[in-house]
Design a protein around this ligand. Sequence first.
Ligand SMILES: [Fe+2]
Ligand SMILES: [Fe+2]
Length: 352
Amino acid sequence: MTTTVSQSAIKKTSTEETLLTPRFYTTDFDAIANMDISSQEEELKAMIAEMRADYNRDHFLRDEDFKQSWDHIDKNTRRVFVDFLERSCTSEFSGFLLFKELSRNLKNRNPILAEVFHLMARDEARHAGFLNKAMSDFNISLDLGYLTKNRTYTFFKPEWVIYAVYLSEKIGYWRYILMYRHLEKHPEYEFYPLFKKFESWCQDENRHGDIFKALLRSQPSMWQGWKSRLWARFFLLSVFATHTLTVHERADFYESVGLDAQEYDREVIRQTNETSARAFPTILNVDHPQFFKRLERCADRNEKMKAIESSNAPKIVKFFRKLPLIAGIFWDLLVLYLIKPIDAESLRGTVR
Ligand SMILES: [Fe+2]
Ligand SMILES: [Fe+2]
């Protein structure tokens, strides 16, 4: 991966940290090395064979379409697009680091998982590198080497990593494919050639998600019993709430490619939820009349909190003005968490 950019480019070493910034994770490598994956071994071996075939080897090339000037893109579109690239690059890179570390730590102890993680790290490095190159077209790039050393890593138990990464791969798949399909129908919004790469790109994410599905199903405690059901609901809601808040916060970007932010967010969530029924013991009832209503109210409150934060009021005043909003978000999320979920185990075999 390269972080070299033209001399006039700005090399960013830090991004603004908020609750919604993509995070970097670490986990208990010993526990993963000792995981009994025997019930899904055949599935994982088949995935390794597919990943070795490396269908996207020549996909992430900067072809002729990229060799032009982007000066015609207006300032606002450029700003929101660069922000989109930066977030996407950070989360792809975060995946790369986690998979690389897993592969390195499992090398002599669990060869199947070591290879699986090595192949996924390969893909994520390509994705992050490609996005960083796109950023350099706009004279900015992320210093990925610096990020590696200086970001704080959040510790996640192996089970949490599996639930969270499964969801982030599948939501990533739906985000890329829905944007691709929309731009295929409305090429007039395709202001930069990155989007046409999304069709094959998202197949990488789909495969990664399937690998995590195999890992999840190899651990009966992750889909049997009441605890697993509570965790599944927790991770689904966390990922969906984060998605709604970020998409609404960045509605300008979605508008710049002709998408309605609200509709896009809802569709990504509906599809990811439905897909998750293949792996998770329960999924959320996103068709419940309160579901999007409350989720979107959280996004509105988040916007209001941001406005308060950027005001000139003293810190203590800001805090008391934000307090009812925080309580409101917390309450809405709690109500959402308690909406009766859908039993995915009984649906198994009938869903996509
Ligand atoms: Fe990726
Ligand atoms: Fe991925």
